[in-house]
Design a protein around this ligand. Structure first.
Ligand code: FE2
Length: 344
């Protein structure tokens, strides 16, 4: 392997010392720079980025600790070895605390100096290598995270497409629900946001809103599209759609929560709904929300056998049914905040 030539900067106000050290370092294969005071040392460090600095502890002008601090600011990986005639443990400790890599006594034992430089350069190499490795690792993690996020978003998109396709299937069977599922979803989302549901709950609300009548796929077309009043038998048949919907979605894992809405959107707060007469203590909040949105939209939409009622009349009926058919608080918010107004 080709050996890299390192540069060593020798900083000492005694020319004799810089000469001896310089010659030795040269012979050891280093490029040598010399400075006789702190300011010159810093200028050289900025220009040439030496890997090693041998710094005299006592110099006229800028103090060595200050020089040391500035050197580390210029290049944190620079190996700084303090060379001092003072044999004082406290000073040694304090300069190491300030970032010096080693403390060597004068007169300098050249072999000791050589070993010290070599071991510190090796430490430096490991630190730099580790840093590069860490950075690569971080980049890899960021890359993988972005990849996973992309996959997650793609999956979400597919889920929504499946839900929309299923919603289309309901509309194909029951054309009078065209637009109904979409509007119920919009009303429900507005109400859900207003009462502070979480992002996950809102997603369930969206899917549940779009699919709440999926069970109508299992209802006889003649009953769904009947122009006149339904017989008792026909009405009972229609009332099976929440349970049918529940069965249709049974094995679709990502629709576990929305299924509660499919099953529960005709339950009532007073326990007189269907299919399970749940009542306020057992109804989940999302079913309560969709039941309000569903009822409002059903009342105000045109049907083949009747015209939709006016908004004012529908809201009056809703007020009358607060606390019986609907959760009173939710219905009040729906009306007071005018959540029945859609942007389209
Ligand atoms: Fe329904």
């Amino acid at each position: 392997m080709e050996k890299k030539t390192f540069t060593v900067l020798i900083v000492d106000d005694e020319v004799k010392i810089t000469e001896v050290l310089g010659k030795f370092m040269n012979m050891e294969g280093y490029d040598v720079l010399v400075a006789n005071n702190g300011n010159d040392a810093l200028s050289l460090a900025k220009e040439r980025y030496p890997e090693v600095v041998l710094l005299d502890m006592r110099m006229p002008g800028m103090g060595s600790i200050e020089v040391l601090k500035r050197l580390k600011k210029i290049n944190e990986d620079c190996v700084v070895i303090i060379v001092s005639a003072v044999d004082d443990m406290d000073i040694a400790l304090s300069v190491v605390k300030e970032g010096a890599n080693e403390f060597i006594r004068k007169p300098v034992n050249l072999q000791e100096l050589k070993l010290s430089i070599e071991s510190n350069l090796e430490k430096r190499r490991l630190i730099i290598e580790n840093r590069v490795y860490q950075k690569r690792l971080e980049e890899k993690v960021a890359e993988k995270t972005a990849e996973l996020r992309g996959m997650y978003l793609a999956l979400k998109k597919t889920n929504l497409e499946i839900v929309r396709a299923l919603a289309e299937a309901i509309e194909a069977k029951d054309p009078y629900t065209r637009g109904h599922c979409h509007r119920v979803t919009q009303f429900s989302l507005k109400l859900g946001k207003e009462v502070g549901l979480s992002g996950e709950q809102l997603e369930s609300l969206e899917y549940g809103g779009l699919l709440h009548d999926i069970g109508k796929i299992g209802i006889r077309g003649a009953v769904l599209n009947k122009d006149g009043k339904l017989t008792d038998e026909e009405y009972d048949h229609i009332k099976t759609h929440p349970a049918i919907g529940d069965r249709i979605l049974e094995n679709i894992d990502f629709l576990k929560e929305p299924r509660q809405i499919v099953k529960g959107h005709h339950e009532r707060f007073d326990g007189k709904g269907y299919p399970n007469q749940l009542g306020k203590w057992q109804m989940d909040i999302m079913s309560q929300i969709v039941s309000i949105a569903d009822a409002y939209d059903a009342m105000t939409s045109d049907r083949p056998y009747r015209k939709g009622m006016s908004r004012v009349r529908a809201l009056e009926i809703m007020k009358e049914n607060e606390g019986s058919q609907f959760n009173q608080e939710l219905a009040e918010i729906f009306i007071a905040k005018k959540l029945f107004l859609l942007d389209e």
